[in-house]
Write a protein that binds this ligand. Sequence first.
Ligand SMILES: Nc1ncnc2c1ncn2[C@@H]1O[C@H](COP(=O)(O)OP(=O)(O)O)[C@@H](O)[C@H]1O
Ligand SMILES: [Mg+2]
Length: 147
Amino acid sequence: MPPQPATPAAQFTQLLSATRRGARLARLLTVEQIAEWGWPRDSERAEAVAVVVAELAANAIVHGRLPGRGFRLSLVLLPGSRLRIEVTDPRGDVLPSVSGVADEGGRGLVIVDALAAEWGVRPYPPSGKTVWAEVGSVRLGSRTDGR
Ligand SMILES: Nc1ncnc2c1ncn2[C@@H]1O[C@H](COP(=O)(O)OP(=O)(O)O)[C@@H](O)[C@H]1O
Ligand SMILES: [Mg+2]
């Protein structure tokens, strides 16, 4: 647990269409926003953030889509150079699950799990959900706990 409540230093939110174009926009807007917040564009962290957003947005438009509804991207800059990515979709009735079976489904959440310090899902009342992931200041590749 962090010693202090995580008060956002800055925040970006955008509603997007649940289409491939919307998912692509989510990634492009993210790249621009974190550059504006001073994360070097070609840094491992910035690349990790772009990949995580791309995977979560792809899942929102494929698995979390409801006709006529969009999805929402939020980026929350937290103290300690942590970034929380939040992707909200309208389907709270189906949830992400990382498949343990090698040939089943894609690798999107496996990649998210590898790149994010933490990730999870919370309800977005009344009927949606938010899939969130935090990319921290810890150097990628330095993890030694086997996760
Ligand atoms: N936003 C979401 N809403 C509902 N189900 C999801 C969502 N994201 C992921 N899932 C579920 O988790 C599974 C694993 O996701 P992922 O690893 O990205 O693989 P893929 O998208 O290729 O199936 C998906 O097949 C889907 O069943
Ligand atoms: Mg996926």
